[in-house]
Every structure is written in structure tokens, then in C-alpha cells.
Design a protein around this ligand. Structure first.
Ligand code: ADP
Ligand code: MG
Length: 574
């Protein structure tokens, strides 16, 4: 028996699969080819769910969304050279979003290095800029060690992307099974609390606030801090504002949510409690004229280097959001305090909310055809199941959609994010649909895309149909990027000369039948032009629980956002 044990061999591909499985990796997305096909096969054999995608970009986006949704990294498996380069998009996006992700890339054989091997590229170097860790194991025996380190690094501290480079000749190399030592699954990320004195400083600043505001970011969503944050909001009676992916940590319809008065809330708050959101472009850097020059920021973040970025905080609370919120709650349990519900601040905020909400209702009720954005989103909002996951991208589609489409649960909104990446939608939707299929099969994933955004990864509709994921895709079609042209105008313009010279850069072909991309693969497609048609298409596709659908909604090509009070709002993504 001892002898046959010694003779047992295992391939590099099997070692990779087993090592990932040991680290509780559940999902892998990729595009196979030389030299990684065997890794995908071994992963499936090991019980990892492998989804073959049509482009590595979409695969890397999908894997990163798994990380955000589950707190464990998904894996993106890619071939060497161009395959890895396509996946850099997802690594960059994950890193910018602070989401865990593991990319496993095949690379050229060890003994061909620097010789001009097939798809040879300095991959470890290339990934360095897009990751927390970029490494190449020195032997098949070193793979389990490297994979544990990559998984651990991706979720510890500020989450991010990690890259593991696998020389092609490792994949089919047979090594003695007894020489492989698998590393135990890494522990969940350690939870750290903030310094007690910083907590009491913060608590007393909040107590003395005249116009407080709590900002809830996607870091709070990732931290699963929803219960404690809700308690803090309610116990202290604080107005709160979610960032785009912070939506749903506390439900959008909570009476303390002041999202509809966003600009005013930011501009006049004297104390801001920042929970897992960076003061980057999304929050206008925390600077005037969007904020008071002397606004007191209480910053809560897991990443020490983030504290003090752009604005010097009045209190810096380094720690896990859930734990730190619990510390604040403990303080207010001992010495109860509530912000007065009759404060003038509430009146200022509520008045603004009311007028903003009325303005969008007014736009939504317009009867003219083609429809405008608001009309479309009001009908969508009316029918969306409360617990659905909303994926959204596009310029106006995402910006306007966010103000109308409500989130009631945490981690139920995925969008272009910190990096403003277009093309993430279908990958995110596929990941969300897989995760919910395994955990909550009743739940729907609805992907609201601009026509341009949809184009970045439209062929992933085939992936959706192949895996039978009942995703509802809604393409809000204005024939272009930002704005397009109607068919007649388009004909006029393009008739004037060479099409390549006069086709305006923002325009896409008018009246494109995107729904036929869905019917091509066996899903259901709807082409809608009126509110009635939209309502019917939504009703039918949401009732259909097993088949993917795409609703192509024609809107006014020149439709835009409602009039904004400030000129700076017309350009921003918020
Ligand atoms: P948003 O886009 O919603 O404004 P950001 O991505 O800018 O959010 O910010 C998220 C922040 O949350 C990052 O600075 C990140 O370090 C932080 N973060 C992530 N996880 C945790 C956690 N468990 N505890 C505290 N902070 C966290
Ligand atoms: Mg468009």
C-alpha cells in the first residue's frame, strides 16, 4: 500500500483546483484555451461552479461581483497574453471598488521565458498595478501556499484583486501526490474595533451637531453592517444618504433617507458620519462648494491610509464598520441621545425632497412619445419585486434610474462603481443570478442597461441563455451614447456625405432591435415603444420565472435629466 501511495500522481491543474476548493472558492468564470482548459475541467471535477463566458472582461467583472456579494473571492480564469490583458479591466475595477477577486492566468512555459513564446507577456508585472498581490508560484508544490495567500490577501484589510500566474507547463505536469501539502482554509478577516477615545470624540461631535448627516457607502454594504447602521439611524434619529451601491443598507423608503435632497444635504451638513465611502469624485472630494468649508467629518474605514484623504477628519475611526457602529451604539445605549425630529434641518431636507420628487413625477407623467427616462423608470419601479437585485449601467440610464429605482435590501445594487466602468452589467448580472440561484432561487436579477452600455458585453446574452439564468435585461434605448438621433434625422445627417465622416460620435444605429439578441439564443424578447407595451412586457417577463428576457425600450433620443439647480450637476455622474 505504501508503494502505490508513493506512485500516485496529480496534475498541476488538479492541484490548483483542490487548492482553490480548500479556500472555499465557489465560483469560477473564464474563457478556456491553451494552457488553462484543464484547470477549468479540474475545477468542475472539484465541485467549483465554472461558467464559461464570451470575453475575459465580462468574466473578470462577474468574478468580482461574486466577491462583493458573498465576501469570498470568485475566480477569473484566463489564458496567457491577450486573455490576461482583457481581464485587467475586471482587476482594475475590483481594486477600485475594494472588492475581492482572484485572477488565475495561464502563461508561457517556464523554459521558454524571454524566447518569444506563444502569447508571452510580462504578466506578473502587468498585473501589479491592478492588484494587491501579483505572484507566480515557483513550482507545482508551491501552488497551495500561493493560492491561500492570494485568497487571504484579497479579503483581509481593504479587499482587492490578486493575481496568480501559472506557467503553462505546470498545468499538465504530473507530480507525486504525497509531495503536495494543501493549506487549510484561511480564517475569516479579523474584525478590528476603533480606538475607544476616537469613538467618544466622534459621539460627542455627533451630539453637538446642528445639521448631521450619515453617509452610507458600499464599504458598509460589504461589511454586512446593515443591522447596526439601521439601529444607529433610528436610535439617534439621523438623516442618512446612501452612495449608489450603499443603497439598500438601510431601505431607500426609510423615513430618514434623504437621498432625494442629496445636494442640499451635502451642502449644508455641519457634521458628516462617513461609513465606508471615500471622499472621491462620487462624494465631490468633500470640498466646497458642495460642502461647508468647516464641515466636521467623522470617518470610519478599515483602511488607515484612507483616513484624512482630501479632508482632515474631526474624528478618524479605524476599524470594521460593523464593529465601529456597534461601539457607537454602545455609547448611545449608555448615554441616550436623539437628534430632534422637529429640527429645522429636517424641514429644509424634506422640502427639497418633496420638490425634487414632484419634479420627477411630473416628468414621469408626460404622455408624449417616445417616452422619457422618468416615464420608463416609474413603470419599471412599479413592477419590480422588492427583493430583486438591480444591476445598472449607462450614463443617463444609470444616473436617472438610481433616483427612481428603489433598493430595500443591502448588496442588491451593482453598477459602474468607483471606476465608472461601462460594460460591467452582464457579467455582474450573471454573477448575481448564480449566487441567488444557489441561495435564494425565488429572487430575480434585473439588469437595466443603456443601449451603449449593453453593447460592451452583449454577447454574454448567450452565456445567460446557456446557463438558463432568468435575468431580465431592460435596454433603455436612445440610439446613442448620452443622446442619439431618431431615424429621420439620422438619415438626413448620414445622407450628407460619407457615413464614416458624418456619423456623429455619440450616435448608434437608430431603432436597433437588441431584443433579437435574446431571441437568437432562445430567450424572450420585447420591443416596446409605449407605456402600455412596457407594462405588458414587464408583467410577462417577471411572471416568467425560468426564461431570460430582454425588453428593448425605445425612448426619446434627445431625452435627458431633469433640470438641475447647479451647473456642476449637469456633468457629474451623481
Ligand atoms: P462608495 O463608492 O459607496 O462611496 P467606496 O468604495 O468609495 O464607497 O468606499 C468604500 C470604503 O469602505 C473603502 O474606503 C474601504 O476601505 C472601506 N471598507 C471596506 N470594507 C470595510 C469594512 N469591513 N469596514 C470598514 N471599512 C471598509
Ligand atoms: Mg444610450
Amino acid at each position: 500500500a505504501g508503494d502505490s501511495e508513493n506512485l500516485k500522481t496529480v496534475s498541476g491543474a488538479e492541484v490548483i483546483a483542490q487548492a482553490l476548493k480548500k479556500q472555499n472558492v465557489e465560483y469560477m468564470f473564464g474563457v478556456v484555451g491553451i494552457p488553462v482548459t484543464e484547470i477549468a475541467v479540474a475545477a468542475q471535477a472539484a465541485g467549483i461552479k465554472y461558467v464559461g463566458m464570451r470575453n475575459e472582461q465580462a468574466a473578470s467583472y462577474a468574478a468580482s461581483a461574486v466577491g462583493y456579494l458573498t465576501g469570498r473571492p470568485g475566480v477569473c480564469l484566463v489564458v496567457s497574453g491577450p486573455g490576461l490583458i482583457h481581464a485587467l479591466s475586471g482587476m482594475a475595477n475590483a481594486n477600485m471598488n475594494c472588492w475581492p477577486l482572484i485572477v488565475v492566468g495561464g502563461s508561457s512555459d517556464c523554459n521558454q521565458e524571454m524566447m518569444g513564446a506563444f502569447q508571452e507577456f510580462p504578466q506578473v508585472e502587468a498585473c501589479r498595478l491592478y492588484s494587491k498581490l501579483s505572484v507566480r508560484p515557483s513550482s507545482v508544490e508551491a501552488i497551495p501556499f500561493v493560492i491561500e495567500k492570494a485568497v487571504r490577501t484579497s479579503i483581509y484589510g481593504r479587499p482587492g484583486a490578486c493575481y496568480v500566474d501559472i506557467p503553462g507547463d505546470f498545468v499538465n505536469l504530473q507530480v507525486n501526490a504525497s509531495s503536495i501539502k494543501y493549506v487549510e482554509c484561511c480564517l475569516p478577516p479579523p474584525v478590528n474595533m476603533a480606538d475607544a477615545s476616537a469613538v467618544s470624540t466622534a459621539a460627542s461631535i455627533i451630539r453637538n451637531a446642528k445639521q448631521p448627516l450619515l453617509i452610507i457607502g458600499k464599504g458598509a454594504a460589504y461589511a454586512h453592517a446593515e443591522e447596526n447602521i439601521r439601529k444607529l439611524v433610528e436610535q439617534c434619529g439621523l438623516p442618512f444618504l446612501p452612495t449608489p451601491m450603499g443603497k439598500g443598507v438601510v431601505p431607500d423608503n426609510h423615513p430618514n433617507c434623504v437621498a432625494a435632497a442629496r445636494s442640499r444635504a451635502l451642502q449644508h451638513a455641519d457634521v458628516i458620519i462617513l461609513l465606508g465611502a471615500r471622499l472621491n469624485w462620487i462624494l465631490h472630494f468633500g470640498l466646497p462648494p458642495r460642502y461647508q468649508a468647516d464641515v466636521k467629518i467623522i470617518q470610519v474605514d478599515i483602511c488607515a491610509e484612507e483616513l484624512g484623504n482630501n479632508v482632515k477628519p474631526a474624528a478618524a475611526l479605524l476599524g470594521d464598520i460593523n464593529a465601529v457602529t456597534a461601539q457607537l451604539l454602545e455609547h448611545y445605549n449608555k448615554r441616550p441621545w436623539q437628534y430632534p425630529s422637529n429640527a429645522g434641518w429636517w424641514k429644509v431636507l424634506r422640502e427639497k425632497m418633496k420638490s425634487n420628487e414632484e419634479a420627477s413625477k411630473e416628468l414621469a407623467s408626460q404622455k408624449s412619445l417616445p417616452m422619457n427616462y422618468y416615464t420608463v423608470f416609474y413603470h419599471v419601479q412599479e413592477q419590480l419585486p422588492r427583493d430583486c437585485i438591480i444591476v445598472s449601467e449607462g450614463a443617463n440610464t444609470m444616473d436617472i434610474g438610481r433616483t427612481v429605482l428603489q433598493n430595500y435590501l443591502p448588496r442588491h445594487r451593482l453598477d459602474a462603481g468607483t471606476f465608472g466602468t461601462m460594460g460591467v452589467g452582464l457579467g455582474f448580472a450573471i454573477a448575481a443570478a448564480l449566487v441567488t440561484k444557489d441561495r435564494n432561487p425565488e429572487k430575480r436579477v434585473v439588469c437595466v442597461e443603456g443601449d451603449s452600455a449593453f453593447g460592451f458585453s452583449g454577447m454574454e446574452v448567450e452565456t445567460i441563455c446557456r446557463h438558463n439564468l432568468p435575468i431580465l435585461l431592460i435596454v433603455v434605448n436612445n440610439n446613442g451614447i448620452y443622446q442619439g438621433f431618431d431615424a429621420d434625422t439620422w438619415k438626413e445627417i448620414t445622407k450628407l456625405g460619407e457615413i464614416s465622416q458624418v456619423a456623429p460620435p455619440v450616435s448608434l444605429l437608430p431603432n436597433s432591435r437588441y431584443e433579437q439578441i435574446m431571441t437568437a439564443f432562445g430567450g424572450k424578447g420585447y420591443f416596446v415603444q409605449t407605456p402600455g407595451e412596457l407594462q405588458n412586457a414587464l408583467r410577462t417577463s417577471l411572471a416568467e420565472k425560468t426564461v431570460p428576457s430582454l425588453i428593448n425600450v425605445m425612448i426619446e433620443p434627445q431625452a435627458s435629466r431633469k433640470k438641475q439647480d447647479f451647473h456642476w450637476l449637469t456633468r457629474s455622474n451623481m
